[in-house]
Design a protein around this ligand. Structure first.
Ligand code: TYD
Length: 197
């Protein structure tokens, strides 16, 4: 049976990283994340997140996509080819939500670039942890802020709405991320229980 690729998506502080790590461990899958999961990616992540380099939307998107193409070539693709399932903390949809809906970069161009970056390695299942902006802001308060976390609430509203539109269109699993960690964990467990890990 072929391994699975499960992608967790959501706005910053949606709780997706916690769930992605937990599920990877539980199913002995590889935990992977973007941006910055390779040596090259660490450099790209620093450039794109530190906020010091002024970047327009397409530039930002292409940095994320370069990170993804390299990550898939070096980490995700080899794991799947070796028969190991992968749990990704952010993947193709992050670029559509943040750079597409958030920054207004052309969605069709981003989809084509995503195809180039991931080739055949599309997610088996995408899980969106949806939280409203109030919950996300509360969870984020006090944390240091990178380029995205310093954005205003209108930006995050666009990203969240974008995610919801993508989820509806793509038939993703949608979970209320404000429900509390234990409840979210139960729902995630149920969703992934029957996958061919
Ligand atoms: P991440 O490390 O997942 O941060 P967090 O754990 O706070 O969610 O992602 C860092 C930031 O990068 C996050 O604000 C979302 C952004 N991002 C994009 O804008 N586009 C992308 O394609 C990806 C992968 C991430």
């Amino acid at each position: 049976m072929s391994p699975v690729l499960v992608a967790f998506e959501g706005v910053d502080a949606s709780g997706k990283s916690t769930q992605a790590r937990r599920i990877a461990e539980r199913h002995q899958a590889l935990f992977a994340f973007e941006p910055g999961d390779t040596e090259f990616g660490v450099e790209l992540r620093r450039w794109v997140l530190d906020g010091e380099t002024v970047m327009n939307g397409p530039t930002e998107a292409l940095v994320m996509l370069a990170d993804r193409a390299h990550h898939v070539a070096q980490v995700v693709g080899p794991a799947l080819r070796a028969g190991r399932s992968v749990v990704a903390d952010r993947y193709v949809a992050s670029t559509l939500a943040y750079q597409g809906y958030g920054r207004g970069v052309d969605l069709a161009a981003l989809r084509a670039a995503n195809d180039l970056a991931v080739g055949p390695y599309r997610p088996t299942l995408t899980i969106l942890l949806d939280v409203d902006l109030g919950v996300a802001n509360e969870r984020r308060s006090g944390q240091s802020r990178d380029r995205f976390e310093g954005e205003d609430s209108a930006f995050f509203a666009r990203v969240r709405e974008g995610y919801l539109a993508l989820a509806a269109e793509g038939g993703w699993a949608l979970i209320d991320g404000s429900a509390g960690e234990a409840q979210v964990a139960r729902e995630v467990d149920e969703l992934v229980a029957d996958l061919a890990w």
